[in-house]
Design a protein around this ligand. Structure first.
Ligand code: SF4
Ligand code: FES
Length: 246
């Protein structure tokens, strides 16, 4: 397969960026999108040119670092897959593909396609964890958890912190990411003692980082590679109201 790839190039967060066009030849349909970028970088390296910077780590859909905007979609055209799992066979041979970094004030560009997502780390530091030592793993079923709660908490825990929800949202809202963490911990007995404090501190930090609020467009759920449901946002809103008034 052959493609024209237009990639956003930006040398640092204070420089002006621009699209640069690259031609690829003999791309295997089975290659992942990141392997296709590797091929571009191999050619650039051979010519002693600056390679395209992009984030990646596990390349297995686990770490959440490979977020790219591809043809106007976070993580590209396939639903429920990360960029590293996206295969070139999902693109039409001979077409032009446009690749951009996540665009959000809270995620400034570091270089080319790499953005600074430490705002997410600060959200977690604000309360997205259990602060007491819970000791070793207890025997199974020694703390009864309703099956429905356990399953919903597990679904919420599938969030990989990629930031696609923020990138896809016209308000740059981080509420899907936040709510996945709030839900996961609110549904389990271990997270219960701190649930009121957690949601208030995390929402305060979210506002401080400059993320917007949810206006129910569902873009986040559509583009989330782990199919996290907006139902968690509804739970986070309930948790917040409960923490404030009851
Ligand atoms: S909620 Fe989905 S899109 Fe948002 S950070 Fe988690 S995995 Fe990524
Ligand atoms: S590189 Fe880890 S999720 Fe894509």
């Amino acid at each position: 397969m052959n493609f024209t790839i237009k990639i956003w190039r930006q040398s640092d967060r204070n420089s002006r960026g621009k699209f640069v066009e690259y031609k690829t030849v003999d791309i295997s349909p089975d290659m992942s999108f990141l392997e296709m970028l590797d091929a571009i970088n191999r050619d650039l390296a051979k010519k002693n040119e600056d390679v395209v910077a992009f984030d990646h780590d596990c390349r297995e859909g686990i770490c959440g670092s490979c977020g790219l905007y591809i043809n106007g979609r976070a993580h590209g055209p396939q639903r429920g897959v990360t960029t590293c799992e996206l295969r070139m066979r999902h693109f039409v041979d001979g077409t032009t593909i446009i690749v951009e970094p996540w665009r959000s004030k809270a995620f400034p560009v570091i270089k080319d396609l790499v953005v600074d997502r430490t705002a997410f780390e600060r959200l977690i530091q604000a309360g997205g964890y259990i602060s007491v030592d819970t000791g070793g793993a207890p025997d199974a079923s020694s703390i009864p958890v309703p099956k429905a709660n356990a399953e919903e908490a597990m679904d919420a825990a599938a969030c990989i912190g990629c930031g696609a929800c923020v990138a896809a949202c016209k308000n740059s809202s981080a509420m899907l990411f936040m709510s996945a963490k709030v839900s996961q911990l609110a549904l389990l007995p271990q997270g219960d003692p701190e649930r009121r404090l957690r949601v208030q501190q995390m929402v305060r930090q979210m506002d401080k980082e400059g993320f917007g609020l949810c206006s129910n467009t569902y873009a986040c759920e559509t583009e989330c590679p782990k199919k996290i449901s907006v139902a968690h946002i509804a739970r986070m809103n309930r948790e917040f109201i409960r923490a404030k008034f009851f």
